[in-house]
Design a protein around this ligand. Structure first.
Ligand code: TRP
Length: 449
């Protein structure tokens, strides 16, 4: 009864799409392919896959175990598993992390809407490189335009979450995620017809083991956390809505495979085009808001490809933002008994205010710059370099050493039905390997290593 009232996913496919929706985001599209290309291609890929298996999968399974064992959101789950202890603070850190990610991610998501509108009007066609760069910069510098688009984006995302777990999150992820995969496949098929396909593949896959340095390993590990949305209570919250017995290892394994495949296919869709038009490979906003529009301006099918690409980015960002909003909303609903509608109204307002500040901080000469870094970049840095890794570290220690072993076994194996032999391996990883790995990342991100 309690579970019905708090909302639940109704199908395994729905859970899978929602979790994949959270994991697949801008990181997969604009960061991973470049990271792989720059750092040894196939050699990086092998390293990345090992880290996903050794660290990513055990961590996502830990978060899932915590949520599934308690059917409570981040703060409540820790309160229940470790009563009268301070572990629930991990949940509070997650909320702060969530707000800081939302404060810059929503601004970028707003840009993708603006660019989608532009693509729909065939706005890139005939523009020179310089004009494209200029129009992006002047768009950001108007201040009010990014705010308008961001506001619209926040309204859409909070509207989905307001509709609830089943009728909002599950329903829209079930529609949007297959769409995202379809669009990405179309884009990569198109990319195979380009003359720079070979050069793109070469950049992405050509193995060069000499590029694997300590820094590469750190970067790869950072990407593993970021891409799987770990350390922020989001997976705990989503898993708390899973009421069916499931083979956790299998379903999370599939999500991890989907996430990795999408990251690789994004590279196949993007880099051949970059080389076909003689541009330099890059990453982040410069890649998707400057380099790619340049390509759409020249490519024969640029009109359609541009529209599809910005739709892809929009879907990738909204399904991720929805998962963070749900994590925060679940906290307010559970801990303070505030209605879903009210919680989301407050969250949307708070996120809008933060996003306005971070959008304004990007204007030239903005006073919203502290220690040489504007608010937008601060939010990005703080969330991925600090909060998320801290959250992941605390969660992994909790699961390995505090979570009662028999209870963990029960939830991991669905009462002995699945993966009984894997459980000791999982426990070993989570107790010994993962904490060391996450600690190294944390220390390197805060500048100690
Ligand atoms: N996984 C997302 C991406 O690859 C980004 C992200 C990081 C995220 N932490 C999150 C998304 C928490 C949702 C929730 O872009």
């Amino acid at each position: 009864m309690k579970q019905q009232k708090r909302g639940a996913f109704t199908s395994s496919f729905g859970v899978m799409m929602a979790v994949a929706g959270s994991a697949v985001g801008l990181g997969n599209i604009w960061r991973f392919p470049f990271l792989a290309g720059q750092n040894g291609g196939a050699a990086f890929l092998i390293l990345y896959l090992c880290l996903i298996l050794l660290v990513g999968l055990p961590l996502i399974l830990s978060e899932f175990s915590i949520g599934k064992a308690t059917h409570r959101a981040a703060v409540g789950a820790f309160k229940e598993l470790a009563p009268r202890k301070k572990w629930y603070w991990i949940g509070y850190v997650a909320i702060v992390a969530g707000f800081s990610i939302l404060g810059f991610y929503s601004v970028i998501a707003g840009w993708t809407i603006k660019f989608l509108v532009e693509a729909l009007q065939n706005g890139f066609a005939g523009q020179s490189s310089l004009e494209i760069t200029d129009s992006f910069n002047s768009f950001v510098n108007t201040g009010w335009q990014p705010i308008l688009y961001t506001g619209f984006f926040i309204a859409c995302a909070s509207w989905i979450v307001m509709k609830g777990v089943e009728k909002g999150i599950e329903k829209y992820n079930k529609i949007l995620m297959p769409m995202l995969i379809g669009i990405l496949l179309l884009l990569s098929i198109n990319s195979m017809t380009l003359s720079g396909f070979g050069a793109g593949m070469d950049f992405l896959f050509n193995p060069d083991f000499s590029k694997i340095t300590t820094q590469t390993v750190l970067d790869a590990m950072g990407q593993v956390f970021f891409t799987l949305s770990l350390g922020m209570g989001v997976m705990i919250t989503y898993s708390s809505y899973v009421i069916k017995e499931e083979n956790m290892l299998r379903s999370k394994g599939i999500v991890t495979i989907i996430d990795t495949s999408i990251a690789i296919i994004s590279g196949i869709a993007i880099f051949p085009a970059v080389f076909t038009y003689g541009l330099e490979p890059s990453q982040g906003p410069a890649l998707v808001f400057i380099t790619l529009p340049n390509i759409f301006a020249q490519m024969p099918a640029g009109f359609v490809v541009g529209i599809l690409f910005f739709m892809l980015l929009f879907i990738a960002s909204i399904t991720s933002v929805v998962s963070i909003m749900e994590m925060i909303a679940a906290f307010f609903i559970e801990e303070y008994h505030i209605s879903r509608r009210k919680s989301l109204t407050y969250i949307a307002l708070a996120v809008f205010v933060t996003s306005v500040l971070s959008a304004l901080s990007q204007m030239e000469g903005s006073p919203l710059v502290f220690f040489g870094t504007n608010i937008f970049d601060w939010l990005d840095k703080l969330s991925s370099n600090f909060f998320m890794t801290f959250g992941a570290f605390a969660t992994v220690i909790f699961t390995g050493w505090i979570f009662q072993k028999e209870r963990l076994r029960k939830v991991f194996t669905s009462n002995g039905r699945y993966s009984n032999l894997i459980f000791p391996v999982f426990l070993f990883m989570i107790r010994f390997i993962c904490p060391v790995a996450v600690a190294i990342i944390f220390l390197s991100q805060i500048g100690f290593i």
